[in-house]
Design a binder for this molecule. Sequence first.
Ligand code: SAH
Length: 211
Amino acid sequence: MEFEAQKHRLIEDLRQHGISERVLDAMLRVPRHLFVPEREQKNAYTDYPLAIGWGQTISAPHMVAIMCDLLDIQDGMKVLEIGAGSGYHAAVMAELAGSGHVYAVELIEGLALFARNNLKKAGISNVTVLVEDGSLGLPRFAPYDRISVAAAAPDIPDALTDQLKEGGKLVIPVGRYAQELYLITKMNGIKNDEKGGVVFVPLVGKKGFPF
Ligand code: SAH
């Protein structure tokens, strides 16, 4: 089956699971097969995480969809992603942010290059990939409307809530073995909502797990 047909089938599955039309539309516009190594292209439209090298993975499509739905990214927003990996999740958020911008930080230089190259192939120009320790956020371009963390942290780094705008939202998996996805809203203080168990690679760094 062609990639296009496989992609439509995957999106239909996600629709059955209650993902919003806005997020599904954004995912339809992003060719996931351009964000995985060639040997994984045949699996690009299955709903699984896939190996992208350096011991890291591109998240499963349903996880990208759920996190995008929780974040409620609107046109024009400034978004920070921690853990760019392949650049796929950043690409979907960039589609949702429209005239806005996504700053995606990645600790591993080889993956940052991979992500930049993939985004270019996909024709997505409103993402900047930077090599940084995202456990400290990215103070240079703060504050952000939205922050999405794609690696599991030991706890919620203060740097991230500090770098959120008032009214801003953050999604982050927390925990070493049993991980929980949190949606944090900054509005007259900080509100934390638990959104279910998840499995992510660890966030390593100064405010993450030790290397
Ligand atoms: N969002 C990615 C999936 C990333 S997997 C995608 O769509 O493909 C998590 C990524 O977080 C890995 O690439 C890992 O190298 C990165 N990472 C781990 N700790 C980090 C840190 N402190 N700062 C930035 N990136 C980090």
